[in-house]
Design a protein around this ligand. Structure first.
Ligand code: ADP
Ligand code: 5GP
Length: 216
């Protein structure tokens, strides 16, 4: 991908809101499990008054999660029906086990209203968004090192050691795919959290201001 992204055609852009309302912007935040993408995506959405897209997933809800806030937890049948009805902007099977998808309607409605919409999705989903929304800003969060990634996976406390090792191997594949695909506009190393958040906010604000030089 060239260092200066191609100018999208006018027809590819989200609907331009009338009057003084800002142009909606779709921001994808991806990264391997444990890199800190959810922490960063939520903070960016909050600080920039954006909207966080709530995905549908077939994976079981964990103890700390709330249905409708963290995810819409659905059955396999419900997920398949949503696919058949074309209700997803993108969807993927993650870790070869569970379905994850971005409900299309809320995203499109918020973009039309001029909002910033943040998606926390994997690379398979990011590649689909790159294809069907060329105007989206795609950011990939990297851990500072393998050791630190392993430490964060363990301190999340969600997985046993076997699952930690599986996520770690998957993380390496995901980073390789993100780099080789050329689909991502920027890579942000999440060493100091506050700095990574500032850098991500800066990328979003630059894109919103129409400054395309923000980082590939
Ligand atoms: P992801 O969504 O990429 O799986 P999370 O946002 O859930 O990652 O973060 C994984 C863990 O690492 C969490 O416990 C989070 O508080 C912690 N974390 C995130 N960023 C940092 C950082 N820069 N330094 C130290 N710990 C971090
Ligand atoms: P977790 O189960 O740890 O919450 O998420 C696992 C992975 O699925 C993460 O990489 C997360 O970004 C990704 N994910 C969450 N929602 C979606 C989605 O709607 N679409 C896609 N493609 N990936 C998602």
């Amino acid at each position: 991908m060239p260092s200066s992204p191609e100018q999208p055609r006018a027809s590819d852009r989200p609907e331009r809101a009338t009057g003084d309302r800002p142009l909606g912007l779709l921001v994808v935040v991806s990264g391997p499990s444990g890199a800190g993408k959810t922490t960063i995506a939520r903070e960016v959405q909050d600080r920039l008054d954006g909207v966080f897209s709530i995905s549908a997933t077939t994976r079981p809800r964990s103890g700390q999660e709330t249905d409708g806030r963290d995810y819409h937890f659905v059955t396999d049948e419900q997920f398949r029906a949503m696919i058949d009805r074309g209700e997803f902007l993108e969807y993927a099977e993650v870790f070869g086990r569970y379905g994850y998808g971005t409900p299309r309607r809320p995203v499109e409605e918020h973009l039309s209203a001029g909002c910033l919409v943040v998606l926390d999705i994997d690379v398979q989903g990011g590649l689909q968004i790159r294809n069907n929304r060329p105007d989206a800003l795609l950011i990939f969060i990297l851990p500072p090192s393998d050791e630190e990634l392993l430490r964060r996976l363990r301190t999340r406390g969600r997985d046993d050691e076997e699952a930690v090792q599986r996520r770690f191997a998957e993380a390496k594949r995901e980073i390789d795919l993100a780099r080789s695909s050329g689909a991502y506009d920027a890579f942000v190393v999440n060493d100091e959290l506050a700095e990574a958040i500032e850098r991500t906010i800066d990328l979003v604000q630059r894109r919103r201001a129409g400054d395309e030089g923000g980082g590939r």
